[in-house]
Design a protein around this ligand. Structure first.
Ligand SMILES: NC(=O)c1ccc[n+]([C@@H]2O[C@H](COP(=O)([O-])OP(=O)(O)OC[C@H]3O[C@@H](n4cnc5c(N)ncnc54)[C@H](OP(=O)(O)O)[C@@H]3O)[C@@H](O)[C@H]2O)c1
Length: 331
């Protein structure tokens, strides 16, 4: 099976490439890696070109403009990269009979719900910022492209395609015809130097140098998700064959930003004075949802993704090595 990954040089893209290299179904040469300048979200013809050239069976679309604050400052560019480009990729895949796994975000929800309840795949969306609006528009563009090319896919298909449905309700085994999966995730970590735990350790170093307390946002909740676990989950879903639908792929165990930060500090052995602050204390161009907690959907194995605390423990040695390398702050 030929699997292509867009955004192959990004944080998730790299984790996906690594996981797919181990997957028996991805063939001896591993996944096809699409990245700039070969595949550019700003180029309306790019998706059609790479799909026609490489003829993948499955595309995992991980490329996106993921800088939430930059998207807030340039919403039109965000729509181009996170919505229009997704529609073009979906049209190219559906037209070529290739499956598409589109990576999306918890931020499609407004986060006004109790964090202990969370959001399921079919719950009403309500993006609060331009990044979230563009990602939701990307989901809608993918569904529209699938529906537009749907005649072809529907003829070839022997199972239901339920882009908004519950993946658990899909038939077991392989379906024929192209499938669209939307894989929403959240609060990714596992790339030392470029994730929230690293930023907290860097901020702790600055706070200690300045003799101030480290401010931690205590009223924003989410589901920290380990990049390697997410990549494994996507690979498991592709390998299972029947994956059309909306999946919520997050590690279990929602927490506040402050609690997650304290986990990172403890695992890295960094001691610093902290103080809790409310979400609005930092002036930002974008407004994050207060509690856009995803309720995780089961993997084909039937198991939910593990608790994020277990994944953080696995990540801790890499975080500590990053600190020790001098790239991060000193203890
Ligand atoms: N990070 C999170 O916490 C989080 C949470 C929920 C959902 N997501 C979603 O997960 C996916 C992966 O995110 P990530 O954290 O891995 O982000 P990332 O590290 O910023 O990776 C994004 C990838 O997209 C590529 N890209 C950006 N602009 C592009 C353009 N104009 N043309 C072609 N490629 C372009 C980047 O290429 P370069 O390497 O060349 O810059 C990079 O490879 C995205 O869909 C994101 O919306 C992320």
């Amino acid at each position: 099976m030929r699997v292509a990954v867009s955004g192959a040089g990004g944080r998730l893209g790299r984790a996906l490439v690594e996981a797919l290299e181990d997957a028996p179904f991805a063939g001896p040469f591993g996944p096809i890696r699409w990245r700039r300048p070969d595949y550019d979200l700003d180029d309306p013809g790019a998706a059609g070109r790479v799909v026609a050239r490489d003829r993948p069976d499955v595309v995992v679309h991980a490329a996106a403009w993921s800088d939430v604050d930059a998207c807030a400052l340039d919403p039109d560019r965000a729509m181009r990269r996170n919505a229009a480009a997704v529609g073009e990729m979906a049209a190219a895949c559906a037209g070529a009979g290739a499956d598409l796994v589109l990576v999306s975000t918890n931020e499609v929800f407004d986060g006004e719900r109790d964090a202990a309840v969370g959001y399921g795949p079919g719950d009403a969306t309500g993006p609060l910022n331009p990044y979230a609006t563009s990602k939701l528009a990307g989901e809608e563009a993918a569904r529209a492209a699938w529906a537009a090319a749907g005649g072809l896919g529907a003829e070839a298909r022997d199972g239901p395609l339920a882009p908004d449905g519950d993946p658990a309700s899909l038939p077991a085994g392989r379906v024929t015809g192209p499938q669209l999966a939307i894989a929403r995730t959240a609060w990714l970590f596992g790339a030392p130097g470029a994730d929230f735990p690293s930023r907290i350790l860097a901020a702790a170093g600055r706070a200690r140098a300045e003799g101030t307390a480290l401010s931690l946002v205590a009223d924003e909740y989410g589901t920290p998700t380990y990049l390697a676990d997410l990549a494994d989950a996507i690979v498991e879903i592709i390998g299972a064959g029947a994956f059309a639908g909306t999946h919520h792929l997050v590690n279990a165990g929602p927490v506040s930003r402050a609690a997650w930060a304290r986990e990172a500090l403890a695992l890295a052995g960094v001691r610093v004075e902290t103080r809790d602050i409310p979400q609005g204390s930092f002036a930002r161009p974008s407004r994050p949802p207060r509690a856009a907690v995803l309720r995780t959907t089961p993997l084909p194995s039937g198991e939910p993704m593990r608790d994020h605390a277990l994944a953080m423990a696995d990540y801790a040695p890499r975080l500590r090595r990053w600190l020790a390398s001098g790239a991060g702050p000193s203890r």
